[in-house]
Design a protein around this ligand. Structure first.
Ligand SMILES: [Zn+2]
Length: 58
């Protein structure tokens, strides 16, 4: 995981109301969790894991 992905996942956490706390804190936006930034970071991870399983270079 890159530092950028780690930072996103550390900040963008689900709030008690189901909205993303990171988006609210950073931009004052109410975004349903998971927001697109979390989707982006987790999909990058998933691709890397798949590549590792298949013996690719990731
Ligand atoms: Zn967010």
């Amino acid at each position: 995981m890159t530092e950028q992905e780690r930072r996103i996942l550390r900040v963008h956490l689900a709030g008690v109301d189901g909205m993303c706390g990171g988006c609210r804190a950073w931009w004052g936006r109410l975004t349903p969790y998971p927001c697109w930034q979390v989707e982006w970071a987790t999909s990058r991870q998933a691709r890397r894991w798949t590549a590792t399983v298949l013996g690719g270079r990731g």
